[in-house]
Design a protein around this ligand. Structure first.
Ligand code: URP
Ligand code: ZN
Ligand code: ZN
Length: 459
């Protein structure tokens, strides 16, 4: 089957210009000259843009938390939501259990995704119990297509690992081509602040932000980067939220550390005032790190424009309102995480490109090309070029949506952006050469997504 995407403006991370794209079965075979060969189907992209499908390298689908609570989207509903919003690849976080092996965690995540995901997917591995045998397993994972490992500097007693463990994993990653993804918040300090807030009777959702100050993020970022520098290993700081933390990343970059940062739309668009919403609605925004100030948002936008921040992911970790209610009398019991997999591209286009903060090419780089490169998916994903998978968006810069839980595909029962109007959305989404969404309607197939074995770094 040959498909030609005709008359559109092709936008890549480098440039924008008129070019047709020819697809044969699952792959792109020609771009520009040579793409005018006969085709079985022609998709007319007149007046629209042609972009690589989005790569969301930070999701938590079908993730067990505690006491029977799990994230609200499984690999079917979560990837349908992703596809409708223009994301054609996800990298989800599999999680080691304390006492368990990495392989067992990986097997579990494979079982959750296989036969359900509608778009291609890879896995990172959360390492919370870095025993000697766990460290040995990291080498096998890196070779086996899972070359990225998340470590937590927060959540003591559950996920947090100490500096020695972080350093050991960094050394392994340096040698096996892996990339450490760091949740950087000083968990010990936060634990004391939470204890003191609760002892003083402060139990409402706003305390979540008060007990997780930006400096606790910046301190952890600074420490993590210093450990990476000593180890000679690269480091990605995930879900970066504050100006103080960004400064630490910029400082490390300036002295030559291989350091990258990821942020998420919620940190660019929402501020901590949300925690004061009445009737416990502030719980919807309980995620870690927490929402910050408007000044922090501006700093993050500047970081996106300057290149200091490499990529925008979602940290899609949706919990139903009934699950959030576990923390009605104690904010520290509110499940941490929020939805976002469906709206990342439209939000960033609307508030970034339309608002003149970033160019269309930078948008493509942030949501597709850079995460594909960082996570060993390039040149198969994140680009429109001969040989790449035909993951393509026909992007309508004038299509306007009103975001609402009443219409979104995610199974979670709220949106962080309820009622927000955004302009810019995909009119057609192709994943490996098949149309999976049209004008916001899912038309793909459950189980069509395949596991992506990602490549370790070679440098
Ligand atoms: O609050 C958050 N971000 N929950 C998801 C897990 C994580 O830390 O990324
Ligand atoms: Zn995290
Ligand atoms: Zn996360």
């Amino acid at each position: 089957m040959r498909i030609r995407i005709a008359n559109g403006t092709l936008v890549t991370a480098e440039s924008a210009g008129r070019a047709d794209v020819l697809i044969e079965d699952e792959r792109i075979v020609a771009v520009g000259p040579g793409a005018d060969a006969p085709a079985d189907r022609v998709i007319d992209a007149s007046g629209q843009l042609v972009l690589p499908g989005g790569v969301d390298a930070h999701t938590h689908l079908d993730m067990p938390l505690a006491e029977g609570v799990r994230s609200a989207d499984d690999f079917e509903s979560g990837t349908i939501a992703a596809a409708v919003g223009g994301t054609t690849t996800i990298v989800d976080y599999a999680a080691q259990e304390r006492g368990g092996s990495l392989q067992r965690a990986l097997d579990e995540w494979h079982a959750r995704a296989a036969g359900r995901a509608v778009i291609d997917y890879g896995f990172h591995m959360i390492v919370c119990d870095p025993r000697p045998d766990t460290l040995d397993e990291l080498d096998a994972l890196a070779l086996g297509g899972v070359p990225s490992f998340k470590l937590f500097m927060a959540y003591p007693g559950r996920l947090m690992v100490d500096d020695g463990a972080i350093f050991r994993v960094l050394l392994r990653a340096r040698d096996n081509g892996g990339l450490v993804c760091l949740h950087a918040e000083n968990g010990a300090v936060i634990e004391v602040l939470v204890e003191r807030a609760l002892a003083a009777g402060a139990t409402a959702p706003r305390e979540h932000a008060r007990t997780r100050p930006a400096r606790a993020e910046a301190e952890a970022v600074q420490r993590g980067l210093a450990l990476a520098e000593i180890a000679g290993a690269p480091l990605l700081v995930v879900h970066l939220s504050s100006a103080e933390a960004l400064e630490e990343v910029e400082r490390a970059q300036a002295r030559g550390v291989a350091a990258w940062a990821e942020t998420c739309p919620q940190y660019l668009l929402l501020d901590a005032g949300r925690y004061d919403e009445p009737d416990f609605a502030g719980a919807r925004y309980v995620m870690s790190p927490p929402l910050r100030t408007r000044a922090a948002q501006e700093a993050l936008w500047r970081g996106l424009a300057s290149g200091a921040i490499a990529t925008v992911a979602t940290d899609h970790c949706p919990f139903r309102l009934a699950d959030k209610a576990r923390g009605a009398a104690d904010f520290s019991r509110i499940p941490n995480g929020a939805p976002g997999i469906e709206t990342r591209l439209s939000l960033l286009w609307d508030a970034g490109v339309r608002a003149g903060r970033i160019s269309a090419s930078r948008f493509v780089e942030l949501v597709a090309t850079a995460p594909a490169r960082l996570f060993g998916l390039h040149p198969r994903k994140g680009v429109i070029a001969p040989g790449a998978d035909a993951d393509i968006l026909i992007w309508d810069p004038e299509r306007t949506l009103t975001i609402s839980a009443a219409t979104h595909r995610s199974r979670v029962d709220y949106s962080l952006y309820e009622g927000r109007k955004v302009t810019g959305a995909p009119s057609v989404v192709l994943a490996r050469g098949r149309v999976v969404a049209e004008q916001g309607r899912f038309v793909g197939q459950t189980g069509a997504g395949r596991f992506l074995r990602r490549a370790p770094r070679t440098l």
